[in-house]
Design a protein around this ligand. Structure first.
Ligand code: PLP
Length: 403
């Protein structure tokens, strides 16, 4: 007998629910401690003290110094500041080359594209069929005029983890700055900016049960990026504007919680992830995207031949399951995800993609529920698909690039 309908939120890579303790920690900064941190009277100074305590707390989670932390409005802002700031600064020294990968988040790819229009040159590295960039290829791409390497820690669609420490070591040795978009990694896998040789790092609170609209850029001491916003003296005058105090308290509370529970949550989510993958791969002509081990604990990314990811999402939604197909930014367009194409999938296969991402609120019962519904939904869609008919009758073998 089939289980009763549930609500399963399996799109934690898109955003997460604010945890109750984070909300409780934020609330006083809207009600009683609403002072402006730049004001000299006591409620202003109390807000200032809380803000600086939050800065110390997040610095500790990353093994950074508090004065290396610059709060921003989120991950996209931090990525843009790091990349455009470093590029504009180092262009003055004749360095106008940037290295990144083909499967970055659009905040990074489009920042690089904007720089290309200004005359910068960008190398887009392969991430290979397993979704992992090879450090020796980063090294080989470095030139005399390379200003910056920007490579994400964990991919937002396929969850693969990059060899950050090794890439950072190469950049340090070759005198090139290294930025990493750690928006998906923060709170899920350990980050140590010193040990991993990271010069700049972006993260965003809403991906680890903090509020939307707040993030940070870690900028290693010694790097003085051009100001992002001119104005008051906030964020050491580099990013002016009255601080989002409640949001920053939310960010620090959420990051501390995520880091304190990382190990235990990682083990729990990895078990759920691997059981879901094993079950889903029982469906004929399905595949897992990205390395099966080097991936975020909560990320499952699959492709099913002969169907459209969007139709799959609609039917899953009818069953109460929130998931994603490709990244949220590309849904609505007909192009398959640039991430899936970058790992060698042909368009036809990439179209049938499904990402399920778990976090704190998910349970083994969610896995059971998805495994019960998913095969029937895929079967139903295939029964209506002329494409599937052809694939089956002609036994079409897609050319999946292994490299
Ligand atoms: C969500 C995300 C971003 C954007 O962060 P926002 O805070 O939503 O601007 C950037 N990079 C990655 C990898 C992400 O997953």
């Amino acid at each position: 007998m089939s289980e009763a309908k549930r609500f399963v939120y399996a799109d934690n890579a898109a955003t997460t629910a604010v945890s109750p303790s984070v909300l409780r920690a934020m609330e006083p900064y809207y009600t009683t401690h609403y002072g402006n941190p730049s004001s000299l009277y006591s409620i202003g100074q109390a807000a200032k003290r809380s803000l600086e305590a939050a800065r110390r707390d997040v610095a500790e989670c990353l093994n950074a110094d508090p004065n290396e932390i610059f709060f921003t409005s989120g991950g996209s802002e931090a990525d843009n500041w790091a990349i455009k700031g470093a590029a504009h600064l180092l262009a003055q020294k004749g360095k106008k080359h940037i290295i990144t990968t083909k499967f970055e988040h659009h905040a990074v790819l489009h920042a690089c594209a904007a720089l290309e229009k200004e005359g910068f040159e960008v190398t887009y590295l392969e991430v290979h069929s397993n979704g992992v960039v090879r450090p020796e290829e980063v090294e080989a791409a470095i030139r005399e005029d390379t200003a910056l390497v920007t490579i994400m820690y964990a991919n937002n669609e396929i969850g693969t983890l990059q060899p950050i420490r090794e890439i950072g070591e190469i950049c340090r040795r070759r005198g090139v700055w290294f930025h990493t978009d750690a928006v998906q990694a923060a709170g899920n896998v350990p980050i140590d900016v010193k040990e991993q040789n990271i010069d700049m790092l972006s993260l965003s609170a809403h991906k680890f049960h903090g509020p939307k609209g707040v993030g940070l850029l870690y900028i290693r001491k010694g790097i003085v990026l051009p100001n992002l916003i001119d104005g008051g003296a906030q964020e050491r005058s580099r990013r002016a504007g009255t601080e989002n105090v409640a949001g920053i308290i939310g960010l620090s509370t959420a990051l501390k919680e995520a880091c304190a529970t990382m190990q235990e949550r990682g083990e729990r989510l990895t078990k759920m992830r691997d059981r879901l993958i094993a079950g889903a791969l029982q469906i004929e002509r399905s595949r897992l995207n990205g390395d099966s081990v080097r991936r975020l604990p909560g990320n499952v990314s699959l492709c099913f031949e002969g169907i459209e990811g969007e139709s799959l999402l609609l039917l899953l939604d009818l069953e109460g399951v929130c998931a994603s197909s490709g990244s949220a930014c590309t849904s609505g367009s007909l192009d398959p995800s640039h991430v899936l194409l970058s790992i060698g999938l042909p368009h036809e296969v990439a179209h049938g993609s499904l990402r399920l991402s778990f976090s704190d609120g998910n349970t083994e019962e969610d896995v059971d529920y998805i495994l019960e519904r998913l095969p029937r939904i895929v079967e139903r869609l295939r029964a209506m698909s002329p494409l599937w008919e052809t694939i089956k009758s002609k036994n079409i073998q897609y050319d999946i690039r292994e490299f």
